[in-house]
Design a protein around this ligand. Structure first.
Ligand SMILES: [Zn+2]
Length: 560
């Protein structure tokens, strides 16, 4: 290490203050107190990778710019588990726990007792306000409490509201005891779940006026996605994905039926704009942050993810989405800063992402596709032949990175047979050229965890997998496909995915902002499970003893 000796008294003083000569004076470290908010706003941008944040950071002029310039910025946050999907990623943000404790290991799992697929938030005892016949969703399967739940346990006057474009973006953040949990259904507006003894009308009351307004606006002048930022037009180009030739441009080609119109609307910046309006309206209606108790508002913005899947993340569509998000968040920050007791905002993401493999390949990356169900079918065919089976023993619930070993009825096998098939399947899966590594869930569930002092970017792939493994819910075989492989075939509404254990899917920005945060960059990694204990510390709440995360000091005194 080179020791630099200051040559003058001025230079020595600058070194003490951490300044280089010629730089504008920065605020002295001791001058920045930790925030003391009455409103905690948690923003998750679905699929907002650290790569996306870095790509556009220099262009931000709105809310993202304000957060990036004035906040405590961790450019390298990590969802440190392997199965980087929306439901598990959101489950880490406010529980302080990895998915192996939240129980939310993937968006869908296969239930070995009944032989059917189960959604991560499926709940039989609730109905949905917009459609009583739709399958129920609620927080029951989330096996951990959220920051809002911790807060309400010690501060019953505290109010907790959550809103999102997706049910899993709302429920996983708002938690078990929220006062209101709303998500956007494009055919209806904002909806929620209704428990026994409650009525849909009462539960929807906080969003009823907004829903009516959104419907009236759409009737009068339907949203058409044209460029908000004309510079994005320079990214227009023609691609071939899954044999389909299409031009990346705005507006996208009009749908041919009403269902297509709704699908296009959902996968557009409209969803985020509606979500931010709902969040603003909830803050105003319930005076969040205006009273003596600490209140919580969680906002999960889904459009970045929808757009990433539909059009990829490096085209004119994502360029325009990010510009609109920046502007929308600027207006939203101004709104939440009106909270009389002061606001603390934390922004993070449920997972990252990369781009569609055809565009990556043209840039020289060794990218490609594993054809999803067809790949599993091929493995099943080989297992049937080698083991003399009359049925397909492997099923997928959602992604093909998690496979369940089951009998002909899709239910659990006797242990001996299960072990025989799993052993053979693991050997076969590991021998596939597209596979980097594969794990037996029983081994993941019984091995001791990695030492707590290994940072989230340095933990092994096996440890990432271990953090995604939950008894009964996880598949028997967890698979890490080789980097840059998209684990699904392309379609007209899907070109790119995420869900891998690789850093492009795990690395997300984490930013804490409040008026007076004084813009500081923290370059070393932070785990998303650290967010909840940090929020708890600044609002005087004690997290449960078994959280995985640790408080990070937001003030400059290093105290938590
Ligand atoms: Zn997604």
């Amino acid at each position: 290490m080179q020791i630099i000796r200051p040559r003058t008294a001025l230079a020595a003083a600058a070194v003490v203050l951490g300044l280089g000569l010629g730089q504008a004076p920065l605020a002295r470290a001791a001058d920045i107190p930790a925030p003391a908010p009455k409103l905690v706003v948690v923003i998750s941008i679905d699929q907002f990778s650290a790569n996306l944040f870095e790509q556009w950071r220099g262009q931000f002029t709105g809310g993202l710019g304000r957060l990036a310039r004035e906040g405590v910025v961790y450019p390298s946050g990590y969802q440190s588990h392997a199965m980087t999907e929306t439901c598990p990623g959101h489950s880490t943000l406010l529980t302080g726990k990895h998915p192996n404790k939240t129980g939310i290991v993937s968006n869908d799992t296969h239930d070995r007792a009944t032989g059917v697929k189960v959604y991560c938030l499926a709940e039989a005892d609730v109905t949905l306000a917009h459609d009583p016949k739709a399958p129920g969703v609620g927080p029951e399967r989330l096996m951990a409490d959220t920051y809002g739940d911790w807060l309400k346990a010690v501060s019953p006057a505290s109010k907790v509201y959550g809103v999102s474009g997706k049910d899993r973006g709302a429920i996983t953040l708002a938690g078990h005891k929220a006062d209101g949990t709303f998500w956007f259904e494009p055919s209806f507006g904002f909806t929620t779940y209704v428990r026994a003894g409650e009525t849909a009308a009462a539960k929807l009351a906080p969003v009823a006026a907004l829903n009516a307004q959104l419907a009236a606006e759409q009737k009068k002048k339907p949203f058409v996605w044209t460029y908000a930022d004309k510079r994005c037009q320079a990214l227009e180009a023609t691609y071939v994905t899954g044999g389909r030739t299409w031009k990346a441009q705005l507006p996208p080609p009009a749908a041919t039926d009403a269902a297509g119109d709704l699908r296009d609307l959902y996968a557009s910046p409209y969803t985020d704009a509606a979500t931010l309006r709902a969040a603003t309206s909830l803050r105003e209606q319930f005076h969040l942050g205006d009273g003596p108790a600490v209140d919580v508002l969680t906002v999960s913005l889904s459009a970045t993810d929808f757009i990433g899947h539909r059009y990829g993340s490096r085209g004119p569509e994502m360029c325009d989405q990010i510009a609109r998000l920046d502007a929308g968040l600027g207006r939203f920050l101004t709104e939440v800063a009106k909270a009389k007791g002061g606001v603390l905002v934390v922004l993070a993401a449920d997972h990252g992402g990369s781009d569609f493999p055809e565009r990556l390949k043209a840039q020289g990356y060794d990218a490609g596709r594993v054809p999803g169900a067809a790949w599993v079918k091929d493995i099943n065919t080989q297992l049937r032949a080698s083991l003399g089976l009359a049925f397909d023993p492997l099923v997928q619930a959602g992604g093909i990175n998690q496979l369940y070993v089951v009998g002909a009825d899709k239910k659990a096998l006797p242990p001996v047979e299960r072990t025989r098939i799993t052993t053979a399947a693991l050997a076969l899966v590991r021998a596939q050229p597209v596979v980097s590594s594969a794990y037996d869930v029983d081994a993941l569930l019984t091995e001791p965890p990695a030492a707590a002092d290994i940072p989230p970017d340095e933990i092994s792939v096996e440890e990432r997998m271990r953090r995604s493994a939950y008894p009964e819910r996880s598949g028997d075989i967890l698979i890490a496909f080789k980097p840059y492989l998209t684990m699904a075939a392309a379609s007209a509404t899907y070109v790119a995915g995420h869900g891998t254990p690789w850093n492009y899917d795990r690395r997300v920005p984490i930013i804490f902002w409040w008026p007076g945060a004084a813009g500081r960059e923290r370059i070393l990694p932070l785990d998303t499970v650290d967010i909840a204990p940090t929020l708890a510390a600044v609002t005087g709440v004690k997290p449960p003893a078994d959280v995985d995360g640790r408080c990070q000091p937001l003030g400059s005194d290093g105290r938590c």
